[in-house]
Design a protein around this ligand. Structure first.
Ligand SMILES: Nc1ncnc2c1ncn2[C@@H]1O[C@H](COP(=O)(O)OP(=O)(O)OP(=O)(O)O)[C@@H](O)[C@H]1O
Ligand SMILES: O=C(O)[C@H](O)COP(=O)(O)O
Length: 468
C-alpha cells in the first residue's frame, strides 16, 4: 500500500494508492518509443488511430479489438484530451483494378460508434464527406470544424471519422496521400497510434507521424511487450497460418519459415502452396500467387518443416454449403495438371493423422493465425484445429488475427474465455502484424512503430527520469 499525499506535500496522509498487481512491462519497450502516458494532452485534440476492423456486412463480429482500446480512450479523456478516432474497415481498395468501392452499409464504422456510445455513455459525431464513384473521398471538408468546435466545447464526447480506407489518399503513395495526410494532421494537435493490427504503412498509420507529435497507445504498448515472447520461443516452435490475405502474408511467411520448427498451412495460403508444389489447379488461386509460393516450396524441399494436412474440402460453390455439392479430397491423389473446384476448408479428419498430432503435441510454442475454411459455412476444420491445439497443455499458445479470434470465440466460447485468463494463452489483435514482427525479428522494426520512434527523435521525446 503506497500512501497518497496530496499536493502540496506535507499535509499528511489522506489516502493510499494500490499497486497494479503485475509488472506493466514498460521496461521491455524501446526507451525511445514515445508513450501516451508522457504526452501533454490537456485541451489538445488527439487523433487516435485504432484497429476497430471488426465490422462485416454492417455488423460487429467480435468486440475484442474495441475493448482493448478503451483504456487508451479513457486515458486521453481523463487527461484532458479531446479524441478524434479513426480506423479502417475491410479492404475497399482493389489494388488490381485500382477501384475504391465505398460500401456504405457493409464497411461502415457506424456499428462501432453505436457500440462505443452504449458502452461509454458519451455521444460521438461522424462527419459527412463527399464520396466520388470508384475513387472514394478526396477531401476532408472544412465543415468538420463545426464538429471540432463542439468537441472542444465538450458538447460531444468524440468524433469518429469514416472508414480511413474510404479516403483516396489512405493507401496512395503520392499526391493524394500527401493531400489527405496534411488535411488529417490539420485536425489535431497530437497523434496516438493504438492500432497494433494495422502494420501497413498507410496515411493514417504511418505518414501522419511526419506532421504531428506522435505516441504509442496503451494497447500498442501491451502488444509490443507480448510479441517479444514469440521472438524467443520455447522450441519446438510451431506456426499455423491460414486464411485469405495471401498478398500481405506471403512475404512475412517466407521469412518466418526460417524461424519456425514446423509450419502448418490452411485456407487460400495452403491452396496456393499446394498448386505450386503439386502442379494442380484450384479454382480461385491466381497464377501470380502460385509463383510467389514457389519460394516456400523450394525451401521446404530442404527444410521439411511444412506439416501437410492431407484432407481438404472441395466445393462447387463459394456462397453456401449445399449437400451433394462439396466433398472430401486427398492430396495423395494430386497429379500435375489435375483441376479442382474451390477448396474451402481443411477436412477435420486431417487433425487425426498421427504426423499432425505429433507436430501439435510436441510443440512448446504455438502461434496461430488461422481460419482454416471459408466462413461462415466451412468452419469444421478450424473448430477441430482449436480443440486439438488445446490438448497440448504445456505449450505457450499465441492466437492472433481479427478473424482468428472472432472464429475462436464463436466456435468455442468456453475455451476462448479460458484463453483470455490463462497464462498459457495470449491473444493478439493482429495476426499479420505478428508475422511481420517475426519476419523483422524486432517489434520496434514494424514500419508504424519505427515511425513513432523517428517522430520522438524529431520532437525531442525523452523518457521522464523517474522511468529510466
Ligand atoms: N479456403 C478459403 N477460401 C477463401 N477464403 C478463406 C478460405 N479459408 C479461409 N478463408 C477466409 O479467410 C479469412 C481469414 O483470413 P485473414 O487472413 O483475414 O485472417 P485474420 O485472422 O483476420 O488475420 P489478420 O488479423 O492478419 O487479418 C476468413 O474470412 C475466412 O472466411
Ligand atoms: O484485420 C487485420 O488483420 C487488420 O485490421 C489489418 O488489416 P489489413 O491486413 O487489411 O491491413
Amino acid at each position: 500500500m503506497v500512501p497518497y499525499v496530496p499536493y502540496p506535500p506535507g499535509q499528511g496522509k489522506v489516502g493510499y494508492t494500490v499497486p497494479e498487481g503485475q509488472e506493466d512491462g514498460h521496461e521491455l519497450l524501446d526507451p525511445s518509443l514515445p508513450l501516451l502516458q508522457h504526452a501533454d494532452l490537456k485541451d489538445k485534440v488527439v487523433l487516435l488511430r485504432v484497429d476497430h476492423n471488426v465490422v462485416k456486412k454492417g455488423k460487429i463480429m467480435d468486440q475484442y479489438r474495441i475493448e482493448v482500446t478503451l483504456a487508451t480512450m479513457y486515458n486521453i479523456i481523463e487527461r484532458g484530451g479531446r479524441p478524434i478516432i479513426m480506423t479502417h474497415v475491410g479492404r475497399p481498395y482493389d489494388k488490381k483494378t485500382k477501384v475504391l468501392t465505398v460500401k456504405r452499409n457493409d464497411e461502415t464504422i457506424d456499428p462501432v460508434v453505436a457500440y462505443l456510445q452504449r458502452k461509454l455513455h458519451i455521444k460521438f459525431a461522424v462527419p459527412l464527406f463527399n464520396v466520388t464513384d470508384n475513387e472514394g473521398i478526396h477531401d476532408i471538408d472544412t465543415s468538420i470544424n463545426w464538429l471540432i468546435h463542439d468537441l472542444r466545447e465538450r458538447k460531444i464526447g468524440g468524433i469518429y471519422l469514416p472508414n480511413t480506407r474510404w479516403f483516396a489518399g489512405e493507401e496512395d503513395k503520392g499526391e493524394k496521400m500527401e493531400r489527405f495526410v496534411v488535411q488529417l494532421a490539420g485536425l489535431a494537435d497530437v497523434f496516438v497510434n493504438d492500432a497494433f493490427g494495422s502494420w501497413q504503412p498507410h496515411a493514417s498509420t504511418y505518414y501522419i507521424t511526419k506532421y504531428l507529435p506522435s505516441f504509442a497507445g496503451l494497447c500498442m504498448q501491451n502488444e509490443l511487450t507480448h510479441v517479444r515472447e514469440i521472438l524467443n520461443p520455447k522450441k519446438p516452435f510451431l506456426a499455423i497460418v491460414a486464411g485469405a490475405k495471401y498478398d500481405t502474408k506471403i512475404g512475412p511467411l517466407n521469412a518466418m519459415y526460417k524461424k519456425v520448427d514446423r509450419l502448418i498451412l490452411g485456407g487460400l495460403i495452403y491452396n496456393t502452396f499446394l498448386c505450386a508444389k503439386y502442379g494442380v489447379k484450384i479454382r480461385g488461386v491466381e497464377d501470380s500467387d502460385i509463383q510467389l509460393a514457389k519460394e516456400l516450396v523450394e525451401d521446404d524441399k530442404m527444410g521439411h518443416k511444412i506439416v501437410e494436412l492431407p484432407f481438404l474440402v472441395e466445393s462447387d460453390t463459394l456462397e453456401t454449403r449445399i449437400e451433394g455439392k462439396y466433398r472430401t479430397i486427398g492430396i495423395k491423389d494430386f497429379t500435375p495438371g489435375k483441376e479442382y473446384s474451390y477448396v474451402v476448408d481443411v477436412d477435420p479428419s486431417s487433425f487425426d493423422e498421427p504426423h499432425v498430432i505429433e507436430a501439435l503435441d510436441s510443440a512448446r510454442t504455438i502461434f496461430v493465425n488461422a481460419v482454416m475454411g471459408l466462413m461462415p459455412n466451412f468452419w469444421h476444420g478450424t473448430s477441430k484445429m482449436d480443440e486439438r491445439i488445446d490438448c497440448n497443455r504445456t505449450a505457450q499458445k499465441f492466437f492472433g488475427g481479427g478473424d482468428t479470434l472472432q472464429e475462436f470465440k464463436s466456435l468455442h466460447p468456453g475455451l476462448y474465455q479460458k484463453a483470455l485468463e490463462s497464462p498459457k494463452y495470449y491473444l493478439f489483435t493482429g495476426g499479420g502484424t505478428v508475422l511481420k514482427v517475426i519476419e523483422e525479428g524486432d517489434p520496434f522494426a514494424l514500419p508504424t512503430v519505427k515511425a513513432l520512434i523517428a517522430n520522438g527523435k524529431e520532437y525531442g521525446y525523452k523518457l521522464p527520469t523517474a522511468e529510466i
